[in-house]
Design a protein around this ligand. Structure first.
Ligand code: SAH
Length: 207
């Protein structure tokens, strides 16, 4: 998976590649999906949600430019796989999931695998997670209509937010860097397709 799906494309950060070598994706998929755990695609994890395609997790992670000292926020825990990868590359990770059953499963799985620097909360991630802000890096794993204000505000100056946003069925993956108290810059990382970010500052649950 690392050689064919990541290194052969544009994933060049050796720390990111090493993190993917260390975290077994099969431990984050349902028992009946284990044979597909290393496929180049998203996989169902229950409640209509998916564990993201490995390449997309790698692209997002690489774009965060983690050196190891960062305090990271992830929105959309899902299986916990991307949170585990982020935990290998930063000091601590706070990850937020809106579906209670997924949050509970991910927390148990991450604890069993020894990812003690990853903290799961069941909440609406479109509000960010104020108690631990600011964050040097924020990753959003669901497609937003637009970047939620709380995430822009909870970013440290110099910090990076990687978020897919745009129409419901196709988004652009964008890296937003906070350059000052009230200034942010934006870089386009390409076209992507994520499950919707549902919440107070995301899509309505019925959409
Ligand atoms: N990073 C995950 C991929 C998760 S898919 C992994 O590695 O497995 C996106 C997840 O975002 C889904 O589990 C979905 O329930 C969650 N989600 C959607 N809207 C959310 C919100 N407002 N706050 C927190 N999680 C949300």
């Amino acid at each position: 998976m690392v050689a064919k799906q990541l290194r052969a494309r544009d994933i060049t950060d050796e720390r990111v590649l090493a993190a993917f070598e260390r975290v077994p994706r099969e431990a984050f998929v349902a028992p009946d999906q284990v044979d597909s755990a290393y496929d180049d695609s998203p996989l169902p994890i229950g409640d209509g949600q998916t564990i993201s395609q490995p390449y997309i997790v790698a692209l997002t992670t690489q774009a965060l430019r983690l050196a190891g000292h960062e305090h990271v926020l992830e929105i959309g825990t899902g299986s916990g796989y991307a949170a585990a990868i982020l935990g290998q590359l930063a000091t601590s990770v706070v990850t937020i999931e809106r579906i209670g059953s997924l949050a509970t499963m991910a927390a148990a799985r991450l604890a069993a695998l020894g990812h003690t620097n990853v903290h799961v909360h069941h909440a609406d991630g479109t509000l960010g997670w104020a108690p631990d802000a600011p964050y040097e890096a924020i990753a959003v794993a669901a497609g937003a209509p637009r970047p939620p204000r709380a995430l822009l505000e909870q970013l440290a100056v110099g910090g990076r937010l990687v978020i897919p946003f745009g129409p419901h069925d196709h988004q652009r993956l964008v890296r937003i860097t906070r350059t000052g108290a009230s200034t942010w810059t934006e870089e386009n990382l390409g076209a992507v397709r994520f499950v919707p970010l549902v919440g107070a500052h995301g899509w309505p649950a019925s959409a």
